[in-house]
Write a protein that binds this ligand. Structure first.
Ligand SMILES: *Cc1c(COP(=O)(O)O)cnc(C)c1O
Length: 380
């Protein structure tokens, strides 16, 4: 029995939705795209959504639409998937890492403020594990320094901050539909926004920078005519993917409720153990529980990790601080050191969590981890 750390939930109706598109006239740029975009926009509570080929492409076009370029600094967290910072590099900008809050593991607003320079143009907060960042403080800082906020919501579709869905606050928020994420389209991503101008720019960057919309073109030479206004990409999502997404989002609340249940069960099993730290949740937030992270305090993280792996439990470490990676080390980040991120990285393990995980599987994970932690305690 192998228990993965995350897994998609695909049911008959998801399959039917995909097959229906395969039998239709449009495999890409068809009606399923707009339907899916509208569903997500409605769910989140925003006007506009732009579906793209993956979550990284979503971050890339969000940075492009925000006008991030050479000489611009963008502040993000080191405890994230590399794409949250890479998207800035794609645009010629410089990612700057602010440390995390040691209790929520999310970017620390106070450290954001310390990292601001004259060159700072934007902040990319990541709702790590699905728990919303402290957005009130982040907005205050952004307003004071006139910075654009692009939320990386890859873990947080359906998560809530002060009773509002993540994605309904900032200039732009991005989502990912990779199979382990809250809902899946195989590969896929989306940017949501309230701003019509950003929406138009996002659509341009998604598809080669080309438009056929007359109000955007400089002239119109006839029915065949289109113009390339920006250097864009082919980041389009297919209708096949969008159909799957449109079916998946109907079940998102169910998935989230199940993830919440699993997280609470882990919390209860671990909260009294002095060698384990469970993830603290802020009062006014509702996490999407993309990940469940436990910290192993008795310096046994590596051993416990290996033991869990050997027992067939798909544990993981999310994440290696981004600036540790050789690419970053080679490119000017040797001196970067975020103490709270480093400390978390020493102790953290991501445990399996996904809607279809059974109680038996979860009991096995809990039993194994408690046994392994206790064993290390005895031999200390
Ligand atoms: C998954 C993920 C991404 C990238 O999404 P892809 O769809 O895999 O390209 C970006 N940021 C974070 C935090 C992620 O977890």
């Amino acid at each position: 029995m192998y228990i993965p750390y995350g897994h998609q939930t695909i049911e008959e109706d998801d399959i039917e939705a995909v097959v229906k598109v395969l039998r239709s006239d449009y495999l890409t740029t068809g009606p399923a795209i707009e339907e899916f975009e509208q569903k997500v926009a409605e769910y989140v509570g925003v006007k506009y959504a732009v579906a793209v080929s993956n979550g990284t492409a979503a971050l890339h076009i969000a940075c492009l639409a925000a006008g991030i370029g050479e000489g611009d600094e963008v502040i993000t967290t080191p405890i994230t998937f590399a794409a949250s910072a890479n998207c800035v590099l794609y645009c010629g900008g410089t990612p700057v890492f602010a440390d995390i809050n040691p209790e929520t593991y999310n970017i620390d607003p106070a450290d954001i403020e310390r990292k601001i320079t004259k060159k700072t143009k934007a902040i990319i907060p990541v709702h790590f594990t699905g728990q919303p960042c402290e957005m009130d403080q982040i907005y205050q800082i952004a307003k004071k320094h006139q910075l654009i906020v692009i939320e990386d919501g890859a873990h947080a579709l359906g998560a809530e901050y002060q009773d509002k869905k993540i994605g309904s606050f900032s200039a732009m928020t991005t989502f990912s539909f990779h199979p382990v994420k809250p809902i899946t389209t195989g590969e896929g991503g989306m940017v949501v926004t309230e701003d019509e101008k950003l929406y138009e720019r996002l659509k341009l960057f998604r598809s080669h920078g080309i438009t056929r919309e007359e109000n955007l073109m400089t002239q119109n030479e006839g029915g065949w005519y289109y113009e390339q206004l920006e250097l864009g990409y082919n980041y389009r999502m297919t209708d096949i993917q969008a159909a799957l997404g449109g079916s998946q989002i109907n079940k998102l609340d169910e998935f989230l409720a199940r993830r919440q249940e699993i997280a609470s069960y882990y919390d209860k099993a671990f909260e009294k153990n002095i060698n384990l730290v469970i993830p603290k949740q802020l009062d006014h937030t509702k996490s999407g529980w993309h990940l469940y992270i436990v910290q192993i305090l008795n310096r046994a993280r590596k051993d416990v990790f290996e033991a869990l792996k050997n027992a067939g439990i798909g544990v993981n470490v999310h994440y290696i601080p981004v600036y540790h990676h050789p690419y970053y080390q080679r490119n000017g980040y040797q001196e970067v050191y975020c103490p709270n991120a480093e400390n978390l990285y020493q102790h953290m393990i991501s445990l399996p969590i996904y809607p279809r995980m059974t109680k038996e599987q979860q009991d096995f994970v809990i039993e194994t981890i408690l046994k392994e932690v206790e064993k290390r305690e005895e031999t200390k």
